[in-house]
Design a protein around this ligand. Sequence first.
Ligand SMILES: *[C@@H]1O[C@H](CO)[C@@H](O)[C@H](O)[C@H]1NC(C)=O
Ligand SMILES: *[C@@H]1O[C@H](CO)[C@@H](O)[C@H](O)[C@H]1NC(C)=O
Ligand SMILES: *[C@@H]1O[C@H](CO)[C@@H](O)[C@H](O)[C@H]1NC(C)=O
Ligand SMILES: *[C@@H]1O[C@H](CO)[C@@H](O)[C@H](O)[C@H]1NC(C)=O
Ligand SMILES: *[C@@H]1O[C@H](CO)[C@@H](O)[C@H](O)[C@H]1NC(C)=O
Length: 369
Amino acid sequence: MFHGSALLSVRTFVYLFLILSFICCSYLNRVKDPSHWQVTDALPSYGRGIDLPGKRYMSLINGDMLHDVVVTGDNGTIDGQGLVWWDRFNSHSLEYSRPHLVEFVSAENVIVSNLTFLNAPAYTIHSVYCRNLYIHRVTANTCPESPYTIGIVPDSSENVCIQESSINMGYDAISLKSGWDEYGLSYARPTANVQIRNVYLRAASGSSISFGSEMSGGISDVEVSDAHIHNSLSGIAFRTTNGRGGYIKEIDISNIHMVNVGTAFLANGSFGTHPDSGFDENAYPLVSHIRLHDIVGENISTAGYFFGTKESPFTSILLSNISLSIKNSASPADSWQCSYVDGSSEFVVPEPCLELKSFDSYYGRAEAL
Ligand SMILES: *[C@@H]1O[C@H](CO)[C@@H](O)[C@H](O)[C@H]1NC(C)=O
Ligand SMILES: *[C@@H]1O[C@H](CO)[C@@H](O)[C@H](O)[C@H]1NC(C)=O
Ligand SMILES: *[C@@H]1O[C@H](CO)[C@@H](O)[C@H](O)[C@H]1NC(C)=O
Ligand SMILES: *[C@@H]1O[C@H](CO)[C@@H](O)[C@H](O)[C@H]1NC(C)=O
Ligand SMILES: *[C@@H]1O[C@H](CO)[C@@H](O)[C@H](O)[C@H]1NC(C)=O
């Protein structure tokens, strides 16, 4: 597991904030005229843009192959002026997929700290094919109505640490990803060794913490602790679908406080679409060895949905010391719904479904693929 020591190798400290403010001004002038907006190739692990097939608009701030860099700004603000992009997304008038606010591609040893990011067109910080990324004391906000805006997206990246940050998004607050179907499988870059700690999260129409649905390169060895999740459609979500391949495994989530959340845990094995028709129907994802413990929830509508599929059931889900107060708890039997999942539970209120009590205790690591 990553403990931040790798970052001590940061050699040069480049304070980019002034440069960023300058880029922002030219960005704000450009944004009104997308024909001036630069277009770039799709990422190889996706094969196309996220919103639309084909190319995508270049991000506002790009860090391609950056290394040993600190992006900081005394809590200064960078405003992505997302509204025009959200309107274009909603009215289906985008020519290419929306730009992100910040994107690091193949970067190494990067610190982003003491900055506030507002109104990202799509993702606020997207890190792809990166190593050693430390995000610290960052605030990222978009309004609840903004379509599919996501805060921080570690994507096919290793050794990522997100700490002491506050993220309030239209869709997901933090989403871990690793490529899409056949493109992600052949690129084969996992997201691994991620620590998320001391974060305040809100996800109006998605999930405060999500895994997938693009996870074909695999996601493993993730620790989330001390998260405060509020006013979110779901708290923690695992999303995948047959055709993805890949895995989500060795995930440990603890010390979570949830308030006003629709579904506390949502694991959906039939979620999301395919990039094109070239995907392999027999590429089944593995979701295994997920540990959720020491969690309290208030004003929760539904405790958990765990829906694996017949071809790829979810296995070894361990729940312990979880106490959720369900509003309108007239029918606690409906608080959990499960199919094609196995796991164990101790000290869980309300009482989980039988599938999640199918063996006595958690065991071993998931077998390697
Ligand atoms: C940074 O700014 C945001 C709003 O712009 C504010 O909510 C937050 O408290 C500030 N953080 C610090 C450490 O000053
Ligand atoms: C961010 O601010 C905190 C508190 O002022 C400070 O300790 C930390 O060093 C700052 N981070 C960077 C990278 O300057
Ligand atoms: C409970 O959560 C719902 C949203 O899930 C919210 O609308 C409602 O105001 C919350 N109630 C309280 C008492 O906070
Ligand atoms: C799982 O995802 C599918 C496809 O998006 C959706 O139709 C279904 O309602 C989801 N199930 C749950 C429990 O959210
Ligand atoms: C159960 O979890 C709560 C936090 O949600 C924690 O304070 C408490 O110590 C845990 N109990 C045990 C027995 O670990």
